[in-house]
Write a protein that binds this ligand. Structure first.
Ligand SMILES: NC(=O)c1ccc[n+]([C@@H]2O[C@H](COP(=O)([O-])OP(=O)(O)OC[C@H]3O[C@@H](n4cnc5c(N)ncnc54)[C@H](O)[C@@H]3O)[C@@H](O)[C@H]2O)c1
Length: 427
């Protein structure tokens, strides 16, 4: 293994990029952050102080960075979804390798173009499908690769988005309106899940994809009678509504703080009064959830028919009491099922021996969860990225841009189907 750390420049110094860059603080022998490009001067200065690089390595945009000679191995691209394409292209053309956040593009045309650019320039590009690195999904993949349940007949997945997560990210938040963020709910939230489905299916590609979904509850006609427009300003339900901004954010001020209080991030010690005033003002998190200007679905189902006749379903439901990811895989020799939040999987194998029906093994994975975001997936992915850049043997989880195409494409097709009366769309 090389003794020099991989050098990287942050492009888009928000919450996600800093999460991966954390590896440089924990394991400086693996990763060194040597610069940043971000139009936000506060974020540039924060990165400079955290990672200790000179002022001349701060740039105000990806484009400005691309205009100077290459001075690092790689880019950690944590810009917003619709900026991935425009920020990645000039830097890939400079020859940088890249850790690129998901979704790596927001439509099929961008996908085709970006993949072609990567092929032409030979960059190593990895997409941040962090769930592949969690002990839960990795254990499932390993059991399937070992042939324990035979050939997959069906994969059924469900994902419950908690009420406060739905509120913060997908109704009031940055991914609430696809006309602005360019990302439909399925792409923003279930990019990981569709990637997992495709990863588990290996080389077997979808034949058709269909989908339905809508806004069931976060719309004006579902608001309680007499509801105002801003919870802390004009709403009589401020102390009782399940989605009251007071109850979700002021009474739980640490919840989703990097989104809700990002407008206060340059204040040294924001007080609760500062936060109340923010929610009383222009903050989207202070709006009535039923009148937020959102247009993304709050529940959606996807059905995939694979080329070998296997089937896959994914059901996303927003507004549940707790987050949940459940998976059930049925193969020709047995089943695997489990809930991500429980950190164990059940492996059942058909056993026709006298007095038997099946054998069951319950695998407790909690001992392997080292903590950190996404069940330890965030840092696991950052470490694998370093290995990938060094040209070491990729892990079974490694998700290059090429590995990520099928998951993203199946989402674009699902959305096309949903918008066209749920008609199945050919892959
Ligand atoms: N992998 C995951 O599990 C996961 C989880 C959450 C979010 N995400 C994704 O991570 C990405 C980043 O999300 P976030 O919440 O950290 O975003 P953010 O808004 O906090 O950060 C984006 C940054 O990009 C900067 N920026 C804007 N234009 C730029 C340009 N031209 N050049 C350089 N920088 C520019 C902005 O100033 C901002 O600081 C999104 O694509 C999101 O969907 C992934």
């Amino acid at each position: 293994m090389s003794s020099n750390p991989v050098t990287a420049i942050i492009v888009g110094g928000g919450h996600r990029a800093f999460t991966y860059a954390e590896l440089a603080l924990q394991s400086p022998e693996k990763l060194k952050i040597v610069g940043i490009a971000d139009p936000n001067p506060f974020r540039c200065e924060k990165a400079r102080k955290t990672f200790g690089f000179p002022k001349e390595n701060c740039f105000s945009s990806a484009e400005e960075l691309a205009a100077v000679p290459k001075f690092a191995d790689a880019i950690i691209n944590g810009t917003m979804d619709h900026q991935h394409f425009e920020t990645a292209v000039p830097l890939l053309k400079c020859g940088y390798d890249m850790l690129l956040e998901k979704p790596f593009v927001v439509n099929m045309q961008e996908l085709d173009e970006l993949v072609d650019i990567v092929k032409e320039h030979g960059n190593r590009v990895m997409i941040c499908h962090v769930l592949r690195y969690t002990p839960f999904y990795l254990a499932i993949k390993e059991r399937i690769l070992a042939g324990e349940i035979g050939d997959i007949i069906s994969i059924n997945m469900s994902e419950h988005v908690s009420y406060h997560h739905a509120s913060t990210s997908y109704v009031r938040g940055k991914w609430g309106n696809s006309d602005i963020c360019k990302t439909p709910m399925l792409l923003a939230k279930c990019c990981h899940d569709m990637d997992i489905m495709m990863w588990l299916m290996g080389d077997i590609k979808p034949k058709t994809v269909s989908s339905c979904g809508s806004i069931f509850q976060y719309k004006p006609e579902m608001a309680p009678e007499g509801a105002g427009t801003k919870c802390l300003v004009d709403c009589p339900h401020v102390n009782t509504c399940l989605y009251s901004a007071k109850r979700i954010y002021i009474d739980n001020p640490d919840r989703w703080e990097f989104y809700v209080w990002s407008a206060l991030e340059d204040m040294e010690n924001a007080t609760i009064e500062d936060k109340i005033n923010l929610l009383k003002g222009d903050s989207p998190y202070g709006k009535c959830i039923y009148k937020s200007g959102n247009n993304v679905v709050d529940h959606q189902s996807v059905m995939v028919n694979f080329e070998n006749g296997a089937t896959g379903t994914h059901n996303m439901i927003g507004g549940a009491s707790r987050p949940l990811r459940r998976i059930e895989i049925v193969g020709t020799k047995g089943e695997i099922f489990g809930e991500f939040e429980h950190n164990d999987i059940h492996v059942l194998k058909i056993n026709p021996d006298p007095g038997k029906e099946f054998d069951e093994e319950i695998i407790d994975l909690s001992a392997f969860c080292e903590g950190g975001g996404h069940g330890g997936g965030d840092l696991g992915l950052a470490e694998d990225f370093v290995n990938f850049i060094r040209g070491e043997k990729p892990s079974v989880s490694c998700t290059t841009i090429f590995d990520s195409v099928t998951g993203h494409k199946s989402i674009f097709l699902a959305e096309e189907s949903r918008l066209n009366g749920s008609k199945a769309v050919e892959y």
